[in-house]
Design a protein around this ligand. Structure first.
Ligand SMILES: [Zn+2]
Length: 313
């Protein structure tokens, strides 16, 4: 399916960082230069590129090599880009299933947003993450968290097994995705529910065949489909009980259709109208297209899809 150049990806991330105006903004060599330097130093990548493949059976897309960047690389990227969301659709989905007797283990707890929400509902909430700095920050919030080495259960000894294990946007980063299922088996009760959220296969940019630099190596090593989630679970002894796609709000769906159409794109590019006016006109035009019956996005979802597994016994 082609290949992804690591220097090009780093440049794209640095450009994003400069655009978002957070973290390292303008360096000596221009906006984003500090971020670019930090990323390249942390993860030079052996061949400088990743080749992408797609499985003919389950449509999983995966990188060769399956090589994830080190913690320092994530530190540089997540320091420069606001990639830890305060809220996600899937948090609400999982929280509904939690109750006072539960022990929850959040794998990849990040800055601890979900952990904080879960802690108010369950008897015990525990986070694990690759990032020592992240774990320290979560602990400062008074929450329980541990550093996980390479996603393995080694070195993590819970005083009690977890009744729910969550992994929000972790699987697509792992060099060996099966490790997540092994960890859940090792640290969960026999009736544990495993919740796995990954980027949706029906995001508008995927349906349109557009590239998303953050949904590609080195950031994401894999791109999942429902069939691939089911297949890996089965191989590891887990049954996929449910899979839901995040809904795409109607207004946003209209916008996604509209901004990809030629007349709307032309409107958006038009000068010298101020940006709010251009966006307003683009939305109106998109709505007209929608009313016209041109809505190729009726299969589109929001950002995530959420899988729930139980152990096969
Ligand atoms: Zn496959």
């Amino acid at each position: 399916m082609g290949w992804v150049s690591v220097p090009t990806q780093h440049a794209a991330y640095a450009e994003r960082a400069a655009r978002e105006c957070v973290g390292t903004g303008a360096g000596a060599q221009g906006p984003g230069a500090d971020t670019l330097c930090a990323l390249a130093q942390a993860h030079p990548a052996p061949q400088g590129r990743y080749t992408m493949y797609r499985c003919q059976h389950c449509a999983l897309e995966f990188a060769d090599p399956m090589l994830s960047p080190p913690a320092a690389w994530y530190g540089a990227l997540y320091g420069a880009l606001p990639l830890y969301p305060a809220d996600r659709w899937e948090y609400g989905q999982v929280l509904q299933a939690l109750g006072p007797p539960d022990t929850v283990l959040d794998h990849g707890c990040g800055s601890g947003h979900f952990l904080g929400l879960a802690a108010g509902r369950v008897r015990r909430a525990i986070g694990i993450d690759f990032s020592p700095a992240g774990v320290a920050a979560v602990r400062r919030r008074g929450l329980e968290a541990h550093v996980a080495a390479e996603g393995a259960a080694d070195g993590i000894a819970l005083s009690e097994p977890a009744s729910h294990i969550t992994a929000f946007h972790v699987l697509e980063h792992l060099p060996r995705p099966a490790a997540l299922f092994e960890l859940a088996r090792a640290l969960g009760t026999p009736s544990v529910q495993l919740w796995v959220a990954v980027p949706s296969d029906r995001r508008p940019d995927r349906l349109s065949g557009e590239a998303d630099d953050l949904d590609a190596p080195p950031h994401h090593l894999t791109r999942w489909t429902p069939r691939a989630l089911q297949a890996l679970g089965e191989r590891e002894g887990w049954q996929l009980r449910a899979l839901h796609h995040e809904p795409l709000p109607w207004r946003q769906c209209v916008w996604e259709v509209g901004r990809r159409s030629r007349p709307v794109a032309a409107l958006l590019a038009a000068n010298p109208w101020p940006r709010p006016l251009r966006r307003g006109l683009a939305r109106l035009a998109a709505l007209a297209l929608w009313a016209w019956g041109r809505h190729p996005m009726d299969q589109a979802s929001g950002f995530s899809m959420l899988a729930r597994y139980t152990l096969n016994r």
